[in-house]
Ligand binder design. Structure first.
Ligand SMILES: [Zn+2]
Length: 632
């Protein structure tokens, strides 16, 4: 039956649907009223495609940033050309000044040490269309609404300029001073918040643990640093020969066509002070289009490795992988080798979409955090853990960056996928057992072993209103389990077809959960609402039990009760008198019609002594009731 019949808002179609099957009507997905309105407005479509009236706004950024370590003050001059593609006249612009989270009075989910505090972002001068406007920085928070001198009509643009400065914090987390001469800048420049078709202005606060929601913008930026400082950033370096000495510019160029790891700069090179041109300062120029943020790192003592790999076999396009790290971080010596394998694996397997950018750079810091084309990762004694974290951060390239996810509200739409891809590449790189152990330990146990009601809130619950713990469980483990259960149900081929379809439809845009659900329904040709309701809209947890076993000659009829209610896949492991075992895999499909109980008949299973249920990564909350033994 066609899916659109049941999701249409038309009363007549719903009525027909009801006549055909009342039960399926009960499988409608909850939609917030703001989302219902988006479907009425045709900005989104119930077949999962962007609606014919879909729109999003756009900024063109031009920035000049001055960094002068160990002085922690960063200065910037910035121009934004902002285009209003919405049908609304904008009387205000909501700006995001995320670095104001460092101000002493900022609301925070966690306490921070003194070294995290700064005076935040200072706007020295602000203009609209060349005319200076008032900007009082004193009480600025994360969100700053400015009433425009002249409202911005639909389909028109405004030119905004800023002159700003801020201090990087001594303590570095996602951004800040990694050490006295290594700085990582992220979320650092003023930006116009997302204004979207279903919630309007993004005014969600940032309290330290959430992530972000950004427009797809174009960036041209120049970074001026003292001589002997190297700069790494999102985007393409436009002028390597104007900032690097010939030997190093040559090595960088060579790395763009080399499968081998090239050590562009090592400690000896840095000591010779002959890596960069010896002007008092050098200005590194960068450009990148259609991307949702930029990050910048600079250091005078970090090593620099690079290599590249073909990420698109059809066109032969290569992508560069680079690492910037201090000498004691030995685990970073293998970063580029592992990174090239990672770009290739993600491009060719799951998600199986060619890495969409020209480059990826991992910088040794303290964050384990992704930015477009960049990651800020910790150093570890366990090299495999470093590789595991890097793979997770690179996986974020697809979600949230390629796909424009609102991470603040729907963490499961990006973290869940990064966690899914991290597990699948882990099976390839570390083996099934180790990857499964990691997945259980880092992603599932905290949920399964904690019976608190807080951890069973539905995945669809907006992550911006949850505690850190619940947001973490829903955003990572539970949603990854849902995506992997879906893969188990659909089979890899259909799963990838639907995933690719969804990604094709929504890359460079802002999909919301319903766009994902409806795209999968549309592309698979199957109404999966039973599955979405079960995994994303319920308080279910994972607990199966063997209720009853009836043996009849060589067959066995097993009644499995689903106590927790989650539509999990599982194995039935049968042990025979002769000590042999046989495994019968069950997909989540066994819960399609009744998610409380199912009866499974196994054939050709004579002389059973024991039957056991094993959920694998779908860990069972109560293992006691998972075993049945034959009584003599
Ligand atoms: Zn992540």
């Amino acid at each position: 039956m066609s899916f659109s019949l049941f999701t249409s808002k038309g009363t007549i179609l719903l009525f027909i649907g009801f006549l055909i099957s009342g039960a399926i009507n009960a499988q409608e997905l909850y939609q917030p009223r703001s989302v219902q309105q988006a479907y009425k407005n045709a900005t989104r479509s119930t077949d999962g495609n962007p609606g014919e009236k879909y729109w999003q706004n756009h900024s063109v950024h031009d920035m000049h940033i001055q960094i002068d370590p160990p002085n922690r003050t960063i200065k910037g001059k910035q121009k934004i050309t902002y285009t209003n593609n919405s049908p609304d006249t904008l009387k205000i612009l909501n700006y995001k000044l995320i670095l104001n989270h460092h101000k002493p009075g900022a609301p925070r989910l966690r306490t921070v040490p003194e070294d995290y505090l700064t005076s935040g972002m200072h706007i020295n001068e602000y203009t609209e269309n060349g005319i200076k406007q008032e900007w009082d920085s004193k009480n600025d928070g994360i969100n700053k609404a400015i009433r425009l001198a002249k409202p911005l009509a639909p389909h028109s643009s405004i030119e905004l300029t800023f002159d700003w400065h801020f201090d990087v914090s001594k303590q570095s987390g996602r951004e800040g001073a990694i050490d006295s001469t290594t700085f990582f800048l992220a979320y650092f420049y003023p930006r116009v918040a997302v204004y979207d078709d279903y919630e309007g202005w993004d005014r969600m606060p940032f309290a330290g643990s959430q992530e972000f929601y950004n427009n797809f913008n174009d960036y041209t930026f120049q970074v001026t640093v003292p001589k002997n400082y190297i700069v790494w950033a999102t985007g393409d370096l436009l002028n390597p020969r104007e900032v690097l000495q010939k030997k190093y510019a040559d090595l960088l160029e060579k790395s763009m066509t080399s499968d081998e790891v090239i050590r562009i700069v090592n400690q000896e090179d840095l000591k010779s002070k002959a890596v960069t041109l010896q002007n008092e300062t050098n200005t590194w120029k960068w450009k990148v289009d259609n991307i949702n943020d930029i990050a910048i790192a600079t250091s005078n003592h970090y090593n620099w490795d690079a290599g590249s790999v073909i990420v698109d076999k059809k066109t032969g396009r290569r992508a560069s992988f680079q690492a910037a790290y201090d000498e004691p971080s030995k685990d970073f010596k293998t970063m580029v080798t592992n990174g090239l394998n990672t770009l290739s694996w993600f491009s060719n397997n799951t998600p199986g979409v060619p890495y969409p950018y020209s480059k990826m750079t991992v910088v040794r810091g303290f964050a384990n955090m992704e930015y477009p084309m960049m990651a800020n990762d910790t150093s570890n004694d366990d090299e495999e853990f470093t590789q595991f974290v890097m793979q997770h951060e690179v996986a974020h390239t697809y979600f949230p960056f390629y796909m424009g996810i609102n991470e603040t509200r729907f963490a499961f739409m990006d973290e869940g996928w990064a966690t899914t891809f991290e597990y699948l590449i882990g099976i390839e790189d570390f083996g099934y057992e180790k990857a499964t152990e990691n997945f259980k330990q880092f992603r599932v146990e905290r949920w399964v072993n904690n019976p608190s009601l807080e951890l069973d809130v539905p995945v669809i619950t907006p992550s911006n209103i949850m505690s850190g713990l619940a947001a973490g469980i829903n955003g990572y483990g539970k949603s990854a389990l849902a995506y992997l259960a879906l893969r188990d149900y659909l089979g890899e081929k259909v799963f990838l077809k639907a995933l690719h379809g969804y990604m094709d439809r929504w890359n460079g845009k802002h999909p919301i959960p319903w766009d994902f659900f409806y795209s999968f329904n549309d592309i698979t040709g199957e109404n999966l609402n039973w599955f979405w309701n079960n995994w994303f809209f319920s308080n279910n947890y994972m607990d199966l039990a063997i209720q009853n076993v009836e043996l009849d000659g060589s067959s066995a009829k097993i009644q499995v009760n689903n106590i927790g209610g989650m539509a999990v896949p599982f194995d039935i492991i049968v042990e025979f008198k002769n000590g042999e075992t046989k495994t019968f895999h069950q997909t989540p499909g066994v819960w399609k019609n009744d998610c409380t109980m199912t009866t499974i008949t196994l054939k050709d299973v004579k002389d059973i002594v024991q039957i056991k249920l094993d959920g694998g990564i779908w860990m069972d909350a109560d293992l006691e009731n998972n075993v049945w033994e034959k009584k003599d």
